[in-house]
Design a protein around this ligand. Structure first.
Ligand code: ZN
Ligand code: ZN
Length: 211
């Protein structure tokens, strides 16, 4: 079973998930949102080694802590991002549109592909391409723990905005229906913003996409 520390960080109150395989002590940061030093400190506290940075998407508020994390680590963490978000990554995740600058950290070298498996110690994560909020948005499904790290796909009582460059409402709804609502009701949804929820709860009560 994975161990998960969630930290809510930065100007958009984004959830960064520090996820470890306790057996190996190897950790991944899913969306190193902001304040990389705080994420590093949490890893040190638990005795975990951050080996990977995986991005649900390249918006600045989800990658703003990557530079500080990478600066402190040797070897560098491996960075994974869907290629359809590389342009956004090179544009600092859109930070300049909001009057901000970030250090985006090391260039992503692992291209996420729908259906690929990512490995953290003994635990497998399934990559699900879930475009709509951004073209390259992905979610990470851990079947053995009934967890979906879903970024800005869906939130408790809300969904990801689609009015930013590359957004598509039709794609977002389709991604939610086919990639999140197809999972068992008890699947925990760990979103990019706000509290944890479940597939069943959102199917029943989400005002945008309830069934
Ligand atoms: Zn976003
Ligand atoms: Zn976000």
């Amino acid at each position: 079973m994975l161990e998960i520390v969630s930290l809510t960080l930065g100007p958009a109150q984004t959830n960064a998930y520090l996820v470890a395989d306790p057996q190996s002590g190897e950790a991944v940061v899913i969306d190193p949102a902001w304040d990389g030093d705080r994420i590093l400190a949490a890893a040190q506290e638990h005795g975990w080694r951050i080996a990977h940075l995986w991005y649900t998407h390249a918006h600045f508020d989800h990658i703003g802590g990557a530079g500080a994390i990478a600066d402190a680590l040797n070897p560098l963490p491996l960075v994974a991002l869907h290629p359809a978000d590389h342009t956004l990554w090179r544009a600092e995740g859109g930070a300049p549109l909001f009057g901000l600058r970030i250090d985006p950290g090391p260039e992503p070298t692992i291209d996420l592909v729908h259906g690929m498996r990512m490995q953290l110690g003994q635990v497998q994560f399934e990559v699900r391409h879930t475009p709509g909020h951004t073209p390259g948005h992905c979610s990470f499904y851990v079947a053995q723990d009934s967890l979906l790290f879903c970024g800005d796909l869906i939130f408790q009582g809300s969904v990801g905005r689609t009015d930013l460059p590359g957004g598509s409402w039709e794609q977002l709804v389709n991604s939610i229906r086919t990639q999140a609502f197809s999972l068992p009701d008890e699947t925990r949804l760990l979103s990019g913003h706000g509290p944890e929820t479940t597939v069943g709860e959102q199917k029943r009560s989400n005002p945008f996409v309830a069934e």
